[in-house]
Ligand binder design. Structure first.
Ligand SMILES: NC(=O)C1=CN([C@@H]2O[C@H](COP(=O)(O)OP(=O)(O)OC[C@H]3O[C@@H](n4cnc5c(N)ncnc54)[C@H](OP(=O)(O)O)[C@@H]3O)[C@@H](O)[C@H]2O)C=CC1
Ligand SMILES: Nc1nc(=O)c2c([nH]1)NC[C@@H]1CN(c3ccc(C(=O)N[C@@H](CCC(=O)O)C(=O)O)cc3)C=[N+]21
Length: 307
C-alpha cells in the first residue's frame, strides 16, 4: 500500500479547556446587581452582609477585603467586624447574637479558621440559620443532606455551577472529592450526590488515592497541599475542579498554586479550573448570591432566578 496513505498524522498533545471562573462569576454578578433595586423597592432597604474576622492572618485579610469590596460593588451593604486575635469566646458569641438581631444584616460570615482558643462549632451554631450564608450551621448542612432547601456552602455551590456549565447534566458520572472538611469536602460531596453522581470521598487516610482518582469523570480537589494530585492520575477526558490555594515560592517569586499539578493535568483532562481565576472568584460571588437569597427569604419575597 502507498506509504503516504497509511501514514498516521502525528498525535497532537491534548490540551484541556480552562474553565474561566472569573468570567462565570462576572455573569452571575450582573444578575445579582439587577436583583438589588427591586429588593430595595419592595423593602426600603438593601441586602446586607456582615463579615467577621478574628485575628490578622494576611491571607484571611485579603479574602475578607475582597468580600467587602464585592458586596459594595454589587450595591449591597457591608458590615465589617475585625476583632483582635485574643478575643474571648463570649465576646465573639455576643457579636454573633447582635448580628442575628440586627434587621439590616441578612448574611453573617465568620471567617475560618478561628484562633485555636475559640470553639468554632459553638460560634457557627450560634449563627441564625436564616442568615448563615456560608451554609455551615448544622441545620443548613443537615438540610442539604436531607434534600431540603436551605443555604448552601459558597465554595461547593460555585464548583457545582462550574461543573454544570461545563458538563450539563451530571447524572451517572463518577465523581471523587478529595478532602472532607465541613467547609468544602462534605457539602461538595452532598451536592454531587444530589446531582446524581456516584461519589467517592477521599481524605488523609484513603488508600491508593491515585487509583481512585483515575476512575473519576469529575475530580474536586480540596486538600490544601500544593500540586499533590498528579497529572497522570487524571482520567483522560475528566473535568477537574481545583479548590486548593497554597502560597508557594517559585524562582524567588511568591505564587498561588492549587492542589492539582496544573500543566500535567492539562494534557489529559477535558477541562480544568486554574488557580487563581477558577474557584476563588466563584466563592466570593456565591456568597453574594446567598446574601441576596437570604435577604429575599427573610423578607418573605420570592427568590429571583439568579443561576
Ligand atoms: N478557592 C476557594 O474559594 C477556597 C479555597 N479553599 C482552599 O481549599 C483547601 C482546602 O480547604 P479546607 O477544606 O478548608 O481544608 P481543611 O484543612 O479543613 O481540609 C483538608 C482536607 O484534606 C484532607 N487531606 C489532607 N491531606 C491529604 C492527603 N495527603 N490525601 C488526601 N486527603 C488529604 C484532610 O483529610 P482529614 O480529614 O483526614 O484530615 C481534610 O479532609 C485549602 O487550600 C483552602 O485554602 C478553601 C475554601 C475556599
Ligand atoms: N467561613 C469561611 N468561609 C469561606 O468561604 C472561607 C473561609 N471561611 N476561610 C478561608 C477560605 C478560603 N476562601 C477563599 C475565598 C476566595 C478566594 C479567592 O478569591 N482567590 C482568588 C485569588 C486571591 C489571591 O490572589 O489571594 C482566586 O483563586 O482567583 C480564595 C479562597 C474562602 N474561605
Amino acid at each position: 500500500m502507498d506509504q503516504a496513505l497509511t501514514k498516521i498524522p502525528e498525535e497532537k498533545p491534548m490540551s484541556a479547556k480552562i474553565i474561566d471562573g472569573k468570567a462565570y462569576a462576572n455573569g452571575l454578578a450582573s444578575k445579582i446587581t439587577a436583583a438589588v433595586p427591586s429588593f430595595n423597592t419592595a423593602t426600603g432597604r438593601l441586602p446586607g452582609l456582615a463579615v467577621v474576622l478574628v485575628g490578622s492572618d494576611p491571607a484571611s485579610e485579603i479574602y475578607v477585603r475582597s468580600k467587602v469590596l464585592k458586596t459594595r460593588e454589587l450595591g449591597m451593604r457591608s458590615f465589617e467586624h475585625i476583632l483582635p486575635s485574643d478575643t474571648k469566646q463570649e465576646d465573639l458569641l455576643r457579636l454573633v447574637t447582635d448580628l442575628n438581631a440586627d434587621d439590616a444584616v441578612d448574611g453573617i460570615l465568620v471567617q475560618l479558621p478561628l484562633p485555636k482558643h475559640l470553639d468554632e462549632n459553638a460560634v457557627v451554631s450560634a449563627i441564625d440559620p436564616s442568615k448563615d450564608v456560608d451554609g455551615l450551621h448544622p441545620e443548613n448542612a443537615g438540610r442539604l443532606t436531607a434534600g431540603l432547601s436551605g443555604l448552601i456552602s459558597c465554595t461547593p455551590l460555585g464548583c457545582l455551577m462550574l461543573l454544570q456549565a461545563q458538563l450539563g447534566d451530571l447524572s451517572g458520572l463518577d465523581a471523587i472529592v478529595v478532602g472532607r472538611s465541613i467547609l468544602v469536602g462534605k457539602p461538595m460531596a452532598a451536592l454531587l450526590l444530589r446531582a446524581n453522581c456516584t461519589v467517592t470521598i477521599a481524605h488523609s487516610r484513603t488508600r491508593n488515592l491515585p487509583d481512585k482518582v483515575r476512575q473519576a469523570d469529575i475530580v474536586v480537589a480540596a486538600v490544601g497541599q500544593a500540586e499533590m494530585i498528579k497529572g497522570d492520575w487524571i482520567k483522560p477526558g475528566a473535568t477537574v475542579i481545583d479548590v486548593g490555594t497554597t502560597r508557594v515560592e517559585r524562582g524567588g517569586k511568591k505564587k498561588l498554586v492549587g492542589d492539582v499539578e496544573f500543566e500535567a493535568a492539562m494534557q489529559t483532562a477535558a477541562a480544568i479550573t486554574p488557580v487563581p481565576g477558577g474557584v476563588g472568584p466563584m466563592t466570593i460571588m456565591t456568597l453574594m448570591h446567598n446574601t441576596v437569597v437570604a435577604a429575599h427569604r427573610r423578607s418573605r419575597l420570592a427568590v429571583p432566578q439568579l443561576c
